[in-house]
Ligand binder design. Structure first.
Ligand SMILES: Nc1nc2c(ncn2[C@@H]2O[C@H](COP(=O)(O)OP(=O)(O)OP(=O)(O)O)[C@@H](O)[C@H]2O)c(=O)[nH]1
Length: 659
């Protein structure tokens, strides 16, 4: 469950992030494009300015060389050098040399961009050299005859120039790396005769210092290589590319772009690159130079600018307020989504619990309904008029009706037998009264005509509005009645003979006396006592005595008609109540019974008596229940007196006793 909630919350967090990103991305991407375009524009402008600055500096240098070479002093000196030596010449030469040295030193200071000015004669010998390090002793007489510089320069025409590739110069004392370029031009007499070569060594490091270390554009880097990609900038700090190293190795992506075309732009990983070539042999149209010669492998130079490439992150970080706003939008959208998801989840789980509860409630209601309908007892509800408003299946089945035949249509009273209706009515009134409950034992009248004994216990359902309905439980009493009847029978039956006992006689007598009184018919009573029964017991045993008693019961039953009540009064005493029987008739019955008994010995077996048959007899007293006697007791006394008389007369006799 929890896992499911976390998964939902994760998705709910991701969704707004994706949505907000999808909305904001185009906006900031447009900003990024704008920044990129601006950076490209700035880089292009800066590159153009630096190119122009470099070109102008080179043009100025070329012009300075060309102006210097026109100095008559130079021409005169070299011209004198070429002429035949004489003492006069030597003096003139020495004078000119001193003047030129002063001139060169003055020019070095004036121009401020050269490290050396040198004058070379036509034979390649360096005649004069002035350097920016005045403390050093005068340089030795250098022979330039075999150098490329001298060979190239000495072949040029007036106004032409030779420019060497930039090269590393000497360290200037504080270990700063310097680089230099040699610019040379031939020296001619006004008549056009070659005299030698003028050499200016340009301090390249100073000229390109702002490219190597662009303080004001700290995020921007300039690139300057020769045609083969050798790095041409010196200095620039420890992280700078070393002079002369290959850009292809140091920054392959940049070199790949710059080598591909003379001019263009490229997007590198972290930089925007702008570049174009600078050919000193061609790009000198504002100078006074004629033809410019240089090492063909090193020209043109490739000048480039690498400006930091704007990124989305940089754009976002530009404004703290903007960043805060974006973070807030994200947080807000995530919070809203999370709250919505949580609420929805909670609602869903509540719905599920409610669903579960209602399902359980339905199931429970179904079980209760089933219990109600199929309970082992009947249930019904009646309105205040006693009309059935509800009845369960069990009671409907007892009655044999369908629900629609009874509910709302019939009074419950209709299903009570007339004999038990009073009890029902009384109980129902009790329910309607303040007692609120009532009970009755009644008989239900079923559709098939049968009756069903039931016990009804009802309770009133009362609200503030008063009586609503009575709710009753109905118990089937058939089993209980059967049991009661059986117990009743047992209580009135003699177990040995199966005849009714004294209670039974009294019970029957009450009915017969009442009936006789109603009808006026005679009611007779015979008292019977077996003769010498103690002797039978004592002689043959108690079991045999029991057999005799049972035999008497069987014989007597056969002699009597239906309606006569034969019972055992106790021991060997019996009585017979004869409804609708006169004295004469009773005497006849008694006498016939006596004779039959006397003539019907009991089968007791050979082991008891020889022949296996035991004869016995009985004495009988006969009387009439007198009119007006509500109890049998007086008649019993009279019959007993007749009986005693018969015993006294010798037994096995029948004796009438009137009173
Ligand atoms: N076997 C048996 N004997 C019983 C039963 N009930 C009573 N008796 C016996 O019946 C005898 C009755 O004896 P008595 O009252 O002296 O009468 P009798 O011996 O019949 O003498 P008379 O009536 O004068 O002829 C007693 O011995 C009782 O024990 C019974 O259910 N079974």
């Amino acid at each position: 469950m929890l896992t499911s909630l976390w998964a939902r919350l994760t998705w709910a967090g991701l969704f707004p992030v994706v949505l907000v990103t999808a909305l904001l991305y185009p906006i900031f991407n447009a900003q990024l494009d704008d920044r990129t375009a601006r950076a490209r524009g700035t880089a292009a402008t800066t590159l153009e300015a630096e190119y122009e600055r470099l070109r102008q500096a080179m043009n100025e240098s070329l012009n300075q060389v060309l102006v210097t070479v026109e100095f008559p002093l130079l021409q005169r000196y070299l011209d004198t050098v070429q002429q035949t030596q004489s003492p006069a010449h030597e003096v003139a030469l020495q004078r000119d040399l001193e003047q030129m040295d002063a001139l060169f030193r003055s020019l070095l200071t004036h121009f401020g961009r050269y490290t050396r000015l040198a004058l070379i004669d036509q034979a390649g010998r360096e005649r004069l050299s002035a350097t920016t390090i005045p403390m050093l002793p005068p340089p030795p007489k250098v022979d330039h005859a075999d150098t490329a510089l001298f060979e190239e320069a000495t072949a040029l025409q007036p106004g032409d120039l030779y420019i060497s590739p930039p090269r590393l110069g000497a360290a200037d004392g504080d270990e700063t790396v310097t680089a230099a370029i040699d610019i040379a031009t031939p020296v001619f007499t006004p008549s056009g005769r070659r005299l030698g070569v003028l050499l200016f060594t340009l301090d390249w490091s100073r000229l390109t210092a702002h490219l190597a270390d662009p303080h004001e554009h700290s995020d921007t880097q300039f690139l300057l290589t020769d045609a083969r990609g050798s790095w041409l900038l010196a200095g620039g700090g420890e992280r700078a590319i070393p002079f002369g190293s290959a850009l292809a190795t140091e920054w392959p992506a940049a070199w790949q772009a710059m080598a591909a075309s003379p001019r263009g732009e490229a997007k590198l990983d972290k930089h925007l690159l702008g570049f174009h070539t600078h050919d000193v042999r061609i790009h000198h149209y504002q100078s006074q130079a004629g033809m410019i010669v240089s090492d063909p492998d090193t020209q043109p130079w490739r000048l480039g600018i690498a400006a930091p490439r704007p990124t989305l992150m940089k754009v976002l970080m530009e404004s703290r307020g903007q960043l805060m706003a974006i973070v807030l939008v994200y947080l807000l959208s995530i919070t809203v989504a999370a709250l919505w998801t949580f609420g929805h989840y909670r609602q869903r789980s509540l719905r599920q619990s409610a669903l579960l509860l209602s399902r359980q409630a339905r199931q429970y209601a179904g079980e209760v309904q089933d219990l109600y309908e199929n309970a082992p007892c009947g249930y019904h509800s009646l309105d205040s008029a006693g009309r059935v408003v509800k009845m369960n299946r069990t009671e409907l089945d007892w009655l044999g009706y369908r629900a629609d035949e009874i509910i709302g249509r019939r009074l419950y009273r209709d299903f009570i037998t007339p004999g038990s209706r009073d009890a029902f009515d009384a109980a129902f009134q009790q329910v309607l009264s303040d007692a609120r409950e009532g009970a009755a034992e009644c008989e239900l009248l079923c559709r098939d005509g049968t009756t069903l004994p039931v016990a009804i216990q009802a309770t009133a359902q009362v609200t503030a509005a008063g009586f609503q309905y009575s709710r009753a439980t109905v118990f089937d009493l058939r089993e209980r009645k059967r049991l009661e009847a059986s117990l009743e029978r047992q209580a009135m039956t003699d177990p040995l003979t199966g005849l009714g006992n004294r209670r039974y006689l009294e019970d029957q007598a009450a009915m017969e006396i009442a009936r006789a009184q109603r009808s006026g018919a005679p009611l007779s009573l015979i008292a019977i006592d077996l003769d010498h029964f103690k002797y039978i017991n004592d002689t043959h045993g108690h079991d045999v005595g029991d057999l005799v008693l049972q035999a008497f019961a069987g014989t007597a039953r056969q002699q009597l008609r239906n309606g006569d009540v034969l019972c055992r009064m106790g021991g060997e005493e019996f009585a017979i109540l004869l409804p609708d029987t006169t004295r004469e008739q009773a005497m006849k019955v008694a006498e016939r019974l006596r004779q039959t008994i006397a003539g019907t010995p009991v089968q007791v077996g050979e082991e008891v008596i020889a022949g296996g048959r035991l004869a016995y007899s009985a004495s009988l007293g006969v009387t009439l229940v007198s009119a007006g006697e509500s109890s049998l007791k007086p008649a019993i006394k009279r019959a007993d007196r007749g009986l005693y008389a018969a015993k006294a007369a010798g037994r096995n006799r029948t004796q009438w006793h009137a009173g």
